[in-house]
Design a protein around this ligand. Structure first.
Ligand SMILES: [Zn+2]
Length: 386
C-alpha cells in the first residue's frame, strides 16, 4: 500500500486554502486533506513541508522540447528527457507538441509518443497525456518560426490517420481557410480541442470559427492579427468571446506584462492558460540549436531564428507562473488555476488532473514564494526533491 502524508504545508485545494494543512494520498489518489495537525495515520512516505505551498502540478499543453530534446526527434528517449526536465520545474502532465513538418516526420513523432504512452519509461517524469498538433494547417503570413515551406491546408488522407491514433488532444490551425473547416468539425465531433493559431483571420472569420466549435487560442497575442479599435482582429475576437480559453507565454519576452494583466482582467479566473512553448534549448545554455533543417540562436535565454523571429521559449512553467503573479499583482491563491486546472479542462483531463481534490491523481508540487520547486509528486510518488 503506497500511502503518502504531507503536513505543515499551505495547501491550495480547489475549494479553499489550508494553512497549515495536511494531505493524504493512497495508491496515487488524493483521499483526504484538512487544516491543522494530521490524523494519526500510518504512511509509507511522510513529508514535513516546512510551510511551503502545495499546489496541483502544472499541466503544460503547449511544449515542444527541453534539455536538448524535442518532440520532433521522434524518439522515446527524447520524450523521456523532456518529461523528467518538466517534472523538475513543476509540470506533472503535458502534451508533446509537434511542429510544422513533412507528413513522414510528423507521423514518426506521433508513433514515438504513442509508444511512450503505452509503456512510460522509468524513472518517472511528467505524465505524457497526448499530443498537441501545432500546424501544419496554419497561415504562412503568421507562420512565426514554423517551417513556412511545409505549411499546407488540411488533407483528409494525411490527418485522418493521425486522428485515428487516438492520442491527439489539441490541434492548432488557421480557421480562415475553408479547406480547414471540415477538420474543425471532425475534431469537435471526436472530442479533440481545436485552437485558433498562426492566423491572419479577420474578427468576423474568428467569430465564425468559434461558432464552428473552436474554444482555444494558441499563444494569444503571438502569431495572430492584433487588436485595432476599428478592426479588432483575432485578438479582439478571442478576448471578447467568453467561451475561448487563452494560452499565454508568460516569459516577459513574447508578451509584455501589461498585456498579461489585460488578459487577466478580461479572462479571469478560468480562461487563462499559462504555457511554456519551450524548445530543446530550455534548461541548456545559450548557443545554436537545430530545429528541422534550420538553426535557432539562443542568446540571453531568448530563442530566435537568424532573421530575428521569436522561435519558442526557454521558459519553465514555474517561472511563467511567477511572472504572471508579478504582472497581475495577484497572489498564487488567485492565479493557480491558470497553470493547472484551466489547461486540464481545455483538453478534457480535469476529471483526473489540474486541482487538489478528493479522488484526483496525487500530482502535486511544493513551492516557495518565488515558485521555486522543492518537491514534485506524481501519482503519489516523489519524483523530484530539491
Ligand atoms: Zn506557435
Amino acid at each position: 500500500m503506497n500511502n503518502l502524508l504531507i503536513h505543515n504545508a499551505r495547501i491550495i485545494t480547489a475549494q479553499q486554502v489550508y494553512a497549515p494543512g495536511w494531505l493524504l494520498a493512497r495508491a496515487g489518489i488524493i483521499t483526504a486533506y484538512g487544516a491543522g495537525a494530521p490524523p494519526d495515520t500510518p504512511a509509507d512516505t511522510v513529508i514535513e513541508a516546512e510551510n511551503l505551498t502545495l499546489l496541483p502540478g502544472f499541466v503544460d499543453v503547449h511544449v515542444h522540447g527541453a534539455n536538448g530534446s524535442d518532440t520532433m526527434d521522434a524518439s522515446v528517449d527524447a520524450l523521456h528527457t523532456m518529461a523528467q526536465f518538466y517534472a523538475r520545474h513543476g509540470v506533472t502532465a503535458f502534451l508533446a507538441t509537434t511542429w510544422t513538418d513533412s507528413q513522414e516526420r510528423i507521423t514518426a513523432a506521433l508513433n514515438a509518443i504513442k509508444k511512450y504512452m503505452a509503456a512510460p519509461p522509468t524513472p518517472k517524469g511528467a505524465a505524457l497525456m497526448g499530443v498537441h498538433l501545432e500546424g501544419p494547417y496554419i497561415n504562412r503570413d503568421k507562420g512565426g518560426a514554423q517551417n513556412l515551406d511545409l505549411i499546407r491546408r488540411a488533407d483528409r488522407d494525411e490527418v485522418l490517420p493521425w486522428l485515428e491514433m487516438g492520442i491527439i488532444r489539441l490541434i492548432s490551425l488557421a480557421p480562415e481557410y475553408p479547406e480547414n473547416h471540415w477538420l474543425i468539425r471532425e475534431c469537435v465531433k471526436r472530442g479533440i480541442t481545436v485552437s485558433i493559431a498562426h492566423t491572419n483571420a479577420t474578427y468576423q472569420q474568428a467569430r465564425q470559427a468559434f461558432d464552428m466549435g473552436i474554444n482555444h487560442a494558441t499563444h494569444t497575442y503571438n502569431a495572430m492579427t492584433g487588436l485595432h479599435h476599428r478592426d479588432p482582429g483575432v485578438l479582439g475576437a478571442v478576448l471578447t468571446t467568453p467561451t475561448v480559453r487563452c494560452e499565454l507565454i508568460a516569459d516577459n519576452i513574447h508578451v509584455h506584462p501589461a498585456a498579461m494583466k489585460l488578459m487577466w482582467e478580461v479572462k479571469r479566473p478560468h480562461h487563462v492558460m499559462l504555457i511554456s512553448d519551450a524548445i530543446r534549448a530550455a534548461g541548456r545554455p545559450d548557443g545554436d540549436y537545430p530545429v528541422d533543417n534550420r538553426t535557432v540562436l539562443v542568446r540571453d535565454g531568448v530563442a530566435r531564428l537568424p532573421d530575428g523571429t521569436l522561435a519558442g521559449s526557454t521558459l519553465t512553467l514555474n517561472r511563467g507562473v511567477y511572472h504572471f503573479m508579478q504582472a497581475t499583482g495577484e497572489p498564487i491563491e488567485h492565479v493557480w488555476q491558470t497553470a493547472s486546472l484551466n489547461p486540464a479542462r481545455a483538453v478534457h483531463l480535469a476529471h483526473r488532473k489540474g486541482s487538489i481534490e478528493i479522488g484526483k491523481d496525487a500530482d502535486m508540487i511544493l513551492v516557495n514564494d518565488q515558485l521555486q520547486v522543492h518537491k514534485t509528486i506524481i501519482g503519489g510518488e516523489v519524483v523530484f526533491s530539491l
